[in-house]
Design a protein around this ligand. Structure first.
Ligand code: FMN
Length: 211
């Protein structure tokens, strides 16, 4: 099966989305032909659009932005919709999202948007996996999938991979990490968001300032 692995994070280097795509790749690479796309690194050409129309499945991976799809990915979907009109083969769409808040449920609106887009484009929505506490993923890349804080993620990834490998559909999965919420809140604030602010020349009070 020909599968497009589409990275929709605006980060060109290390990202939580890249971590999720790599984890899935290990489960679906055998017997399938995978082609990688990164919208920011290589904005899709006409040739890439026609390749996408020849795929058996599209795997869209992206971070949640304002409860929805990041704008550069949304623009791509609007353009792809035009190319998909009139394609002959049945293409399945699978999606993996991650978000900053603890609850994977935050991703439910983004999946509704994707399902509507599939309907408009004549594509079949296969399955979605949304994971909360995204910022802890890439920093836990030494922990094997299915263990410790990545236990729920591992279960979800296996189900998603099985459905991709058999080109079938499954229920939407919205999961939290296997890590206490209060601990994520503490670690996320002190070791991630405040550290990111400092790297960008901001103070803690700048994060809390209302516009
Ligand atoms: C502009 C912007 C909007 C965001 N909106 C949300 C949001 O609505 N809900 C949420 O839980 N996280 C939100 N986040 C957090 C990201 O989804 C989160 O940091 C994600 O792990 C980034 O993934 P990446 O490394 O793959 O780009 C937002 C981040 C940014 C920069």
């Amino acid at each position: 099966m020909k599968i497009a692995m589409i990275n929709g994070s605006p980060k060109a280097g290390k990202s939580n989305t890249a971590f999720l795509l790599n984890s899935l790749e290990a489960l679906i690479s055998s017997g399938n032909e995978l082609t990688h796309y990164h919208i920011i690194k290589n904005p899709p050409s006409e040739e890439a659009f026609s390749q996408l129309c020849q795929m058996d499945a599209l795997v869209l991976a992206f971070p949640l932005y304002i409860d929805a799809i990041p704008s550069h990915l949304f623009r791509l979907l609007v353009e792809l919709e035009e190319h998909m009109k009139g394609h002959k083969n049945e293409i399945y769409v699978y999606a993996i999202t991650n978000n900053g808040f603890y609850e994977g449920r935050q991703n439910h609106i983004a999946f509704e948007i994707l399902k509507n887009w599939c309907q408009r484009s004549g594509l079949r929505f296969g399955q979605g996996l949304g994971h909360g506490a995204g910022e802890m993923l890439a920093s836990n890349d030494k922990i094997p999938l299915g263990h410790g804080p990545l236990k729920n993620l591992g279960k979800g990834m296996n189900l998603l991979a099985d459905n991709i490998n058999s080109k079938s559909s499954g229920e939407l999965m919205l999961v939290n990490p296997n890590f206490p919420r209060f601990a994520w809140q503490f670690a996320g604030t002190h070791f991630f968001w405040n550290a990111e602010a400092k790297k960008n020349g901001l103070k803690k009070r700048d994060i809390l300032r209302r516009l």
